[in-house]
Ligand binder design. Structure first.
Ligand code: EPZ
Length: 430
C-alpha cells in the first residue's frame, strides 16, 4: 500500500501546470460511443478515474491509443451495445454516463449500479432515470443492474426539481439523437456541462443554451468523430490556489480559465490573499495571517462543493470564526474528524461546519476519506508543523495528476511511500 508523507511548514513558490478537467473528461469519453468513428481527445488527465473510463471503453470494443501522455485516440467502430458489468463500474461513480450514451446510441443500455466516491452519504440517481423516462425509455433496476430501453427516444421537456450535474449530462447524452426537441429546465451550468455541449456540437449535435438554466437539444440522426481539447480542471486549479494561500506562498497556476475560478478567487480575496488574473493563468499569494469568511456551496456559478474541504483547511488557519455550509451534499464533512486530529477546531452542526481559526495545525497520521477530503489533508499537511502521513491515497490518485511531482516542484516536502498492508500478518519467527 502507499501513503503520502508530508513535511509541513514550507511555503509553495513557483509555477504549476493544471491538467484537463476530470469531470469534463468522464462525460466526454463515454460520449464518443454516440458515433462509430475516430476521435482525438487532447488534454486528457492521467488519473485513475479517467484511466478506468478508458479501460471500460476498451473492454466494450473501442481501440485506445496514446498519441502523447495527454492526447488519446479513440476508435469506437468496434463498440457494441452490451451490458456493462459491476466489475468494470464499481470504482467509478461516473460510469453512469454509459447509460445515457448507450441509450442515446442504441436505444438500450444496461449498466451496473455505479460505485465510486460516496463521502459516506447516499448519492441518488432518480433524476437521471426521470430524464430517461421523459424521453420514452422504460427503466428497470434489478439485480444491481439499471436497464433502460426504448423503441425510439422522443424529445421531451425535462424539469429537474434539483440542479444535478450528472442528470443534466446524462439527459444530454441520451437526447442528442432522439427524435425532435428536448428541453432541460433547471439544468446544471458547470463548466463541464458547457464543455460536453461543445464536444457534442463538434460531433454534429444541435445543442443550445449550455451554461444557462435551459438547454435545448434538437435531435440529429448522425454524429461523427472529431478532435477536441478538454478544458482545464477548475477544482485542481482551485486546490493549488488554496494551497498557495494557506502556506503563505506565491504560485503562478498555468493552463486555467480564470472565469471558472471566480467563486474561489472572490473568497480568497475576502480572506486577504492576493489573486491576479491573466489570460490563461492565475497568481495567488498571501502574507501574514488571513482572516476567516463564510462559505456556502451552491451549484455553479456558486462556490463549488468540490472545493469545500480544501477551503475549510484554509479557514481553520485564519483568524476568527468561519461558517461553512454545504447546500449541495448532505454529508460532506466526514473529513473534519481527520482535521481535528491535526488540531483544527471545527464543530459540525447539521449542514454547517463552525470553524474556529487557530494559528497552526500539527502533523498527524490521517486518512483520505474521499478525493477532495484527500486534497484537504494534503493542504493541511503542507501547512502543519511536523510530519503528516496520509493513508488511502488511492482516492487522491482518482483526481489529481502527478500531485507529488507538481507540489515537489514548488517546494513542498511530499513523498509517496510504500508501506505494508496493516492487515498482513508478518510471521515473527521462521
Ligand atoms: C458531480 O457529481 C461531480 N462528479 C461531483 O464531484 C460534484 O460534487 C457534484 O457534481 C456537484 O457539483 C462528477 O462530475 C463526476 P449532482 P453528481 O447530481 O453529478 C442530488 C468530485 O469530487 N441528486 O450534481 O453526482 C444529490 O444527492 C465529485 O470530483 C438527487 O437528488 O452530483 C446532490 O445533493 C464528487 N438525485 C445534488 O443533487 C439525482 O438523481 C447534486 O448532485 C442526482 C443528484
Amino acid at each position: 500500500m502507499e501513503k503520502f508523507v508530508i513535511r509541513g511548514g514550507k511555503a509553495l513558490h513557483g509555477e504549476v501546470e493544471i491538467s484537463g478537467a476530470k469531470n469534463a473528461a468522464v462525460a466526454i469519453l463515454p460520449a464518443t460511443i454516440l458515433a462509430k468513428d475516430l476521435f482525438t481527445i487532447e488534454n486528457v488527465p492521467d488519473i485513475r478515474d479517467i484511466n478506468s473510463m478508458l479501460q471500460i471503453l476498451e473492454d466494450m470494443g473501442a481501440r485506445i491509443s496514446y498519441l502523447t501522455r495527454s492526447t488519446v485516440q479513440i476508435d469506437t467502430r468496434g463498440i457494441d451495445s452490451m451490458p456493462v458489468p459491476y466489475e468494470l463500474t464499481k470504482n467509478l461513480r461516473a460510469s453512469y454516463y454509459l447509460l445515457g450514451a448507450l441509450l442515446g446510441m442504441y436505444n438500450e443500455a444496461s449498466v451496473a449500479m455505479p460505485g465510486g466516491c460516496n463521502f459516506g452519504g447516499v448519492r441518488p440517481i432518480d433524476l437521471h432515470l426521470k430524464g430517461f423516462s421523459a424521453l420514452g425509455a422504460m427503466i428497470s433496476t434489478d439485480g444491481g443492474m439499471i436497464e433502460a430501453k426504448a423503441a425510439k427516444l422522443i424529445g421531451a421537456s425535462v424539469y429537474f426539481d434539483k440542479v444535478s450535474v450528472g442528470a443534466t449530462i446524462n439527459v444530454m447524452l441520451a437526447a442528442v439523437k432522439a427524435r425532435g426537441l428536448t428541453i432541460i429546465e433547471n439544468a446544471a451550468k458547470e463548466p463541464h456541462i458547457v464543455d460536453l455541449a461543445n464536444f457534442l456540437n463538434l460531433m454534429g449535435a444541435n445543442i443550445k443554451g449550455a451554461g444557462t438554466d435551459v438547454i435545448k437539444i434538437e435531435g440529429v440522426s448522425e454524429l461523427h468523430g472529431c478532435t477536441y481539447s478538454i478544458i482545464p480542471d477548475q477544482i485542481e486549479a482551485g486546490t493549488y490556489m488554496v494551497a498557495a494561500a494557506a502556506t503563505k506562498g506565491d504560485l503562478l497556476i498555468k493552463n486555467v480559465i480564470p472565469k471558472h475560478l471566480e467563486p474561489i478567487t472572490v473568497k480568497l480575496r475576502e480572506c486577504g490573499a492576493t489573486v491576479e488574473e491573466f489570460d490563461d493563468s492565475i497568481r495567488v499569494y498571501a502574507e501574514g495571517r488571513l482572516h476567516g469568511c463564510n462559505i456556502k456551496t451552491m451549484p455553479h456559478p456558486g462556490f463549488p462543493t468540490d472545493m469545500q474541504p480544501q477551503f475549510t483547511v484554509l479557514l481553520a488557519l485564519c483568524e476568527g470564526i468561519s461558517i461553512v455550509t454545504d447546500s449541495v451534499w448532505d454529508n460532506r464533512f466526514r473529513y473534519v474528524d481527520q482535521l481535528t486530529r491535526m488540531g483544527a477546531q471545527i464543530q459540525i452542526e447539521g449542514k454547517a461546519a463552525i470553524v474556529q481559526g487557530s494559528a497552526e495545525l500539527k502533523g498527524a497520521p490521517v486518512r483520505a476519506d474521499d478525493l477532495r477530503a484527500g486534497a484537504a489533508m494534503i493542504i493541511a499537511g503542507l501547512c502543519a508543523r511536523g510530519t503528516t502521513e496520509i493513508e488511502d491515497i488511492i482516492h487522491i490518485d482518482r483526481g489529481y495528476e502527478d500531485v507529488v511531482r507538481k507540489l515537489g516542484a514548488v517546494g513542498a516536502g511530499i513523498a509517496r511511500v510504500d508501506f505494508p498492508d496493516p492487515g498482513t500478518v508478518v510471521p515473527k519467527r521462521a
